[in-house]
Write a protein that binds this ligand. Structure first.
Ligand code: HEC
Length: 135
């Protein structure tokens, strides 16, 4: 089952790379400093936002939270939410983006805190954008 998930993600990645549908980072992400570490389609310092969206909307709903070939973690989204006492990926990711942290994608590279530099309202909008990439 795991290998099926991995190859499905690999195929989806090729389709994205080969199409003209690559999504640019929104102005709010540039203004908020997210682009120093993230792009939509490719892993940079942090995970590609499309992969985050896939993890929380698709792969993680049934199996492992992220693509184990590209990234490290193998937790189910339901377990991640339970661990942090959150009801939805939106609520969890708003807190994660505000406070920063590591361990969900990478063991050693952390996201630095984005609040209070980035407002709660802007973080909410950005997380909605990320999760909306792969509904
Ligand atoms: C200093 C680099 C850096 C900056 C700036 C940064 N990030 Fe991140 N981001 C990371 C890293 C590294 C991770 C992976 C953390 C982990 O392994 O738990 C990450 C993870 C994420 C995730 C997935 C979190 C999870 O637990 O699944 C989201 C969503 C995200 N970032 C959004 C943002 C947004 C929105 C901004 C701008 C307000 C931002 N990031 C700014 C480095 C950064």
């Amino acid at each position: 089952m795991k290998s099926i998930i991995v190859s499905m993600i690999a195929a989806a990645g090729l389709m994205v790379a080969g199409s003209a549908m690559a999504t640019d980072m929104p102005d709010l992400a540039k203004k908020s400093g997210c682009t120093a570490c993230h792009t939509v389609e490719k892993k940079l310092v942090g995970p590609a936002w499309r992969d985050v969206s896939k993890a929380y909307n698709k792969v993680g709903a049934t199996g492992t939270a992220v693509d184990p070939a590209a990234y490290k973690v193998t937790q189910k989204v339901a377990d991640i939410l339970k661990e942090h006492g959150k009801a939805t990926p939106q609520a969890w990711l708003e807190e994660k983006v505000a406070k920063g942290g590591k361990g969900d994608w990478f063991d050693t590279t952390a996201m630095t805190p984005n609040a209070p530099k980035v407002s709660a309202a802007d973080i909410k909008t950005l997380v909605e954008f990320v999760l909306g990439l792969e509904k």
